[in-house]
Design a protein around this ligand. Structure first.
Ligand SMILES: Cc1ncc(COP(=O)(O)O)c(C=O)c1O
Length: 366
């Protein structure tokens, strides 16, 4: 059996440090926020080349608070991609704003900047690009359009810890960056976790207040806030993992190069990554028109795969109110039918990868 991800292998590789850090929180009784969370925030901000990092309860609350701190609310529109995890769009919906979709560039799976301006209206307040799979969206044209139309840019970097675009890190390019530390993410907590990064001190102040019931002074609630605090144990776990994230990212990139090389010239479309990007391969997705048959074959061989994502958000039933139909965003729809995510995690062994590659070649020759 070759799993899609193996969280146990990573835990066992750092177990003594993690166990000590968790016990430290238990002894300190700082279960919610506290010094372990603060120390993690102070390490994560420079890692993202950002001035501030604010730890929150998960990636979805990070997006929700980032939108609120930027003033997005009822009557506004936010431009984003339909080819993402539902949370990117649900967070916009939570604020009362309307999500407005722009199709992806099929070569990158990220929002196509050339199609953004046609979607801008007087109600547009923000653009929310998603660095899908760990590859940065094409940020320069997005930032230029935002500047010209006075729009806020909120990066969904939930899958892109340490990803770079022309030397700039995910979470440092837009006005705000949003991260998830869901256990399977490149930087994963042992439970739920998230963070918002920003270089704007006013946003940072507002985010700290909003995550903790809108009160700067206890029981003095100046804003309508939320219980979106990061837990102490998660802060401690993430603090330990900060020491390893660069090594783990390089391992992912090495596995990706090996997939690239050993699948070159095969029946599969492979991810294409320009050299000016540092792709961090949260997901290594290949494409094939007969994806479902391929996935069934690999499952039979004991190889774990996944589909990120089988239904683009504009066709999800929960967003039927947006009145989209099949054909509205053809590149996203085609990608949803063709992508298949292969096993990818830092501890993935070359012999395991060889088995995946052999199975892929075998299926293609049938
Ligand atoms: C692109 C994207 N955005 C947002 C989220 C939401 O993060 P969380 O699950 O931590 O709420 C995720 C991950 O789940 C994601 O992949």
């Amino acid at each position: 059996m070759i799993p899609f991800v193996d969280l146990k292998a990573q835990y066992h590789s750092i177990k003594p440090e993690i166990d000590a850090a968790v016990i430290g929180v238990l002894e300190s009784t700082q279960f919610v926020l506290g010094s372990a969370v603060l120390a993690f925030e102070q390490a994560f901000a420079p890692y993202c080349q950002a001035e501030h990092a604010i730890g929150v309860s998960n990636g979805t609350s990070a997006l929700h608070l980032a939108l609120l701190s930027a003033g997005v609310g009822r009557g506004d529109e936010v431009i984003t991609t339909p080819f993402t995890f539902i949370a990117s769009v649900s967070a916009i919906d939570y604020t009362g704003a309307r999500p407005v979709f722009v199709d992806i560039d099929p070569a990158s799976f990220t929002i196509d900047p050339a199609k953004i301006e046609a979607a801008i209206t007087p109600r547009t307040k923000a653009i929310l690009p998603v660095h899908l799979y760990g590859r940065s969206a094409d940020m320069d044209p997005i930032l230029e359009i935002a500047r010209r139309h006075n729009l806020v840019v909120i990066e969904d970097a939930a899958q892109a810890h340490g990803a770079e675009y022309k030397g700039r890190r995910a979470g440092s390019m837009g006005d705000l960056g949003c991260f998830s530390f869901y256990p399977g993410k490149n930087l994963g907590a042992y439970g739920e976790g998230g963070a918002v990064t920003t270089n704007n001190p006013e946003y940072a102040r507002k985010l700290r207040i909003l995550r903790d019931w809108g009160a700067e002074r206890r029981y003095h609630h100046d804003l309508k806030g939320f219980n979106y605090r990061l837990e102490g144990i998660q802060g401690a776990v993430l603090g330990v993992k900060m020491k390893y994230i660069e090594g783990w990212t390089e391992s992912r990139r090495t596995h990706a190069v090996r997939y690239d090389e050993l699948l070159a010239g095969s029946a599969y479309d492979l991810p294409i990554t320009p050299s000016q990007l540092r792709h961090v391969y949260h997901v290594y997705a290949i494409r094939h028109p007969r994806r479902d048959a391929l996935q069934a074959f690999l499952t039979e061989r004991g190889i774990g795969t996944n589909i990120h994502y089988p239904i683009p958000v504009h066709l999800q039933r929960c967003f039927a109110e947006l009145e989209h139909k099949v054909g509205d965003f053809p590149h996203a729809e085609r990608a949803a039918n063709e992508v298949l995510s292969l096993p990818m995690y830092p501890e993935f062994q070359p012999q395991q990868q060889d088995q995946v590659i052999t199975a892929l070649h075998e299926w293609a020759q049938q």
